[in-house]
Design a protein around this ligand. Structure first.
Ligand code: 4NP
Length: 162
């Protein structure tokens, strides 16, 4: 759709943080009846888990908050994503640097860091929960929920007609 805003969440594996962000943000978009106006997707900078569903701990933690992500499948970021998406959002500084280093010259200015949208500006990065325990996934969800509220505000600010 011509006036649609498109958002791509990016982490390393596309099985923990970015599919969780996709699910949380999509729920928020739907709750504000913006699902025709805002397109949401996720991808990983690495290809370790292509075609796999999200990590079972991420699926369980999201489900407890009413967010369904079990149908999502991991994919790797590609060059066309820079053309297609308006917001390309990294979870941590490592993702951010990777995204900037792959950025084609014609599509600069789309890469950002998810926590830059959160009102609590002390936390810059959403930590990788993959090698930690279950509480890591709860913390990641708290951060994603906070950043999602700021992101939707930012979209509304830039597209007041939405
Ligand atoms: P994600 O977490 O980047 O949030 O999806 C990870 C998933 C898998 C691996 C690392 C991080 N891995 O090394 O396989």
């Amino acid at each position: 759709m011509e006036n649609q805003v498109s958002v791509l969440f990016v982490c390393l594996g596309n099985i923990c943080r970015s599919p969780t962000s996709e699910g949380v943000f999509r729920n928020l978009v739907e709750s504000q009846a913006l699902d025709f106006e805002i397109h949401v997707d996720s991808a990983g900078t690495a290809g370790y888990h292509i075609g796999q569903p999200p990590d079972s701990r991420a699926i369980a933690a999201a489900a407890k908050r009413g967010v369904s992500i079990s149908h999502l499948r991991a994919r790797r970021l590609n060059r066309r994503d820079y053309e297609k998406f308006d917001y390309i959002i990294g979870m941590d500084l490592f993702n951010y640097q990777d995204l900037v280093s792959m950025e084609p010259r014609d599509y600069k200015g789309k890469v950002c860091l998810f926590m830059d949208f959160a009102s609590d500006r002390d936390l810059q990065e959403i930590p990788d929960p993959y090698y930690g325990g279950h509480d890591g996934f709860e913390r990641v969800l708290d951060m994603i929920e906070a950043a999602s509220l700021g992101l939707i505000e930012d979209i509304r600010k830039h597209r007041p007609n939405l």
